[in-house]
Design a protein around this ligand. Structure first.
Ligand code: NAD
Length: 315
């Protein structure tokens, strides 16, 4: 049994982590300020033994009584629409928040895992993206607040690892989707599902030829658990290497929902990555990990969730 702090635990990925660690017999302290997370994501956990929710902004001083064995730092808005809504909060949680949460791990002698992102690679000049690629990020663009906050968070994590000898892990997460996403959070898959189930046009940015690789959340959670329990301290990509265009993602959602909605095109936001595909050879080698759920299986599992969220049935 381990005692685990999960920041951002009421969010999409964080709530799955809370459930997984509780199911595995651990105690979980879930810390979240509910900026983009929701209590309904953890409603089923609140009565369970060993689960504690603490509403707190991790950019402020953190006090947690008792021991901690593991600290998972997942607090941060993550949707492109958040980049314009919460630019300062994103920079603060990536910088000040990561510093505070690393301080907790150091103080408690706990293992620390940072949720980093494929956005560290920016608009990449290499495809697929291996961990050794340093990225192509515009620091002053609208996406810069997120990309640079995460790059700073990685640098801070490695500094605590090298200087303070904190036992750290870094996962670079590629586009992940599944139940517990907010239907209106502005990310591609919730937006397509919501539009398809409402019979509205699916809005694709640009000509939709930019590529993405979508990973189902249970595969990500398994990868994170394996990384945490490994001895590997440099960043590891976790994502599904099946690359598809954004138009193909929209078409798959239309097929999954059986919707007769049309696809329409809107102006491409600045610095939108043209390609995105994880090189997962490192995860395969050091974690024995590769995704088990195909995109079509994952989209079917996700459909049931969005139908329930919207109280609707596919047409
Ligand atoms: P999310 O918005 O659902 O979850 C983020 C959570 O962090 C929310 O519950 C939010 O309320 C909380 N939070 C934000 N600022 C906070 C603060 N200052 N103090 C305490 N809590 C705060 O997003 P998600 O998709 O679950 O992302 C979780 C983590 O994974 C983030 O760090 C994100 O950058 C990373 N990530 C996600 C993806 C993805 O595809 N979902 C990809 C790459 C990286």
């Amino acid at each position: 049994m381990r005692r685990v702090l999960i920041t951002g635990g009421a969010g999409f990925i964080g709530s799955h982590l809370c459930r997984r660690f509780l199911d595995d017999g651990n105690e979980v302290v879930c810390m979240d300020n509910l900026l983009t997370g929701r209590l309904e994501n953890i409603a089923d956990l609140s009565g369970r033994d060993g689960f504690l929710f603490v509403k707190h902004d991790v950019t402020n001083f953190i006090h947690i009584p008792g021991d901690l064995d593991v600290v998972l730092h997942f607090a941060s808005p993550a949707s492109p629409t958040d980049f314009e809504k919460f630019p300062i909060q994103i920079l603060k949680v990536g910088a000040l928040g990561t510093h505070k949460v690393l301080g907790v791990a150091k103080d408690k002698g706990a293992r620390f895992l940072l949720a980093s992102t494929s956005e560290c690679y920016g608009d990449p000049e290499v495809n697929p993206q291996p961990e050794g690629y340093w990225g192509n990020v515009n620091p002053i663009g609208i996406r810069g607040v997120y990309d640079e906050a995460k790059r700073f968070a990685e640098a801070m994590t490695m500094a605590y690892h090298r200087y303070h000898r904190v036992d750290t892990r870094i996962v670079r997460i590629f586009n992940t989707y599944g139940p517990a996403m907010r239907p209106d959070d502005g990310r591609m898959i919730p937006t397509f599902f919501t539009q398809a189930l409402r019979g509205e046009d699916l809005t694709v940015f640009g000509d939709g030829s930019q590529t993405r690789s979508i990973n189902y959340v249970s595969d990500l959670i398994e990868g994170i658990c394996r990384l945490l329990d490994s001895d590997y301290t440099d960043p590891v990509n976790i994502g599904n290497p099946e690359e598809m265009t954004v138009v193909e993602v929209a078409e798959r959602v239309l097929r999954t929902t059986g919707s007769r909605s049309q696809i329409v095109f809107r102006e491409l936001p600045a610095d939108d990555p043209k390609v995105r595909r994880p090189d997962i050879r490192l995860a395969e080698k050091v974690l024995g990990w590769s995704p088990a759920i195909t995109p079509d299986e994952g989209l079917n599992l996700t459909l049931r969730y969005f139908e329930a969220q919207m109280g609707s049935r596919s047409s």
